[in-house]
Write a protein that binds this ligand. Structure first.
Ligand code: GLU
Length: 305
């Protein structure tokens, strides 16, 4: 079946859940987003883009930024990064501190908030202007020099960042933190506040489907093995405590964010990015996850197929 038809079908069939879930409001600026928007884009390694609905509308990428933070840190530190953060799933919510204390300040994985803060701390030791480095890499990979972070969302998250500070201080008390906590939290919030559309994010993720090399600009961001490992972490931990169900229903490496975006990798073929702001209980977009499930099943895309 051609992509256009697959997407049309997913748009139609996922419409039944378009009013399910709630927009994230714990970051006040995210609560202002029109809740019923929906976009989807497929990018393939030959350079084609197929998209539908609000696929050009920019949204807050939030935790999808953790994939790009991890990429920069893995590139910079190689396997030694794993002394700071683990590779195991968690059944606790993304911002929980429970395991962090029990496991002596080593976060379970880089897609939990503690893990992403540890990764950001590692990166800040290498980049004085990490916010600019993150925006620059997103511009390069998405192929659009306009990409930036939204200062309202950034300010809004920073104003209610006590838990981020607590997380960072807890890691510091266990000796797993090097930089000034406030600076790391700022860089982390700025990365989460980057805005991109489904088309831009699908393009930006293509290196993960292509052995770590950006097929457009040609830059090798990760080795082939590192790209496989990032995909393995996306499959096992990328959609919070629902990751097992995601592997079951969709069967693709996937990373979601509380802005409602979900980026999925089709190894060796391309990427899909779906977006709809209403979230289910674990913080994943209800309609975007549904659309990905429909597409993966219709086109036989599961990595286990
Ligand atoms: N900036 C959000 C936070 O740290 C990201 C959460 C998410 O998208 O999972 O709480």
């Amino acid at each position: 079946m051609p992509w256009t038809q697959i997407l049309e079908r997913a748009v139609a069939l996922s419409a039944s859940c378009r009013h399910e879930g709630e927009v994230a409001d714990y970051i006040p600026a995210l609560a202002d987003v029109a809740p019923d928007q929906f976009g989807i884009a497929v990018a393939t390694l030959d350079g084609s883009i197929h998209s539908a609905q609000d696929s050009q509308t920019r949204f807050s990428i939030q935790s999808i930024s953790k994939v790009f933070l991890l990429t920069l840190a893995y590139h910079a530190y190689g396997e030694s990064l794993w002394t700071r953060v683990g590779q195991s799933p968690s059944t606790n919510p993304f911002n929980s501190l429970i395991e962090l204390e029990l496991e002596r300040g080593i976060p379970r994985n880089p897609f939990l908030n503690p893990g992403a803060l540890a990764v950001t701390d590692a990166l800040l030791s290498r980049h004085t202007h990490l916010e600019s480095a993150m925006v620059a890499v997103m511009r390069e990979l998405a192929g659009n020099p306009d990409i930036n972070y939204d200062s309202d969302v950034f300010d809004s998250e920073l104003r209610c960042a006590s838990r981020h500070h607590a997380t960072a201080h807890l890691m510091q008390s266990h000796g797993n933190f090097s930089n000034e906590v406030g600076e790391v939290v700022r860089a982390y919030c700025a990365s989460c506040a980057i805005e991109a559309s489904c088309v831009e994010l699908a393009r930006a993720g293509l290196f993960l489907a292509n052995g770590g090399r950006d097929p457009q600009g040609g830059r090798q961001l990760l080795s082939a093995q590192q790209a496989q490992r990032v995909c393995a972490l996306m499959l096992t931990t990328g959609t919070y405590e629902n990751s097992g169900m995601t592997a079951f229903a969709i069967g693709l490496p996937t990373k979601s964010g509380v802005g409602g975006g979900v980026l999925a990798v089709l190894p060796g073929r391309g990427t899909i990015c779906a977006w709809s702001p209403r979230l289910g209980a674990s913080g994943n977009s209800v309609r975007a996850m549904k659309a990905l499930e429909l597409i993966s099943n219709a086109a036989g895309l599961s990595v286990f197929a």
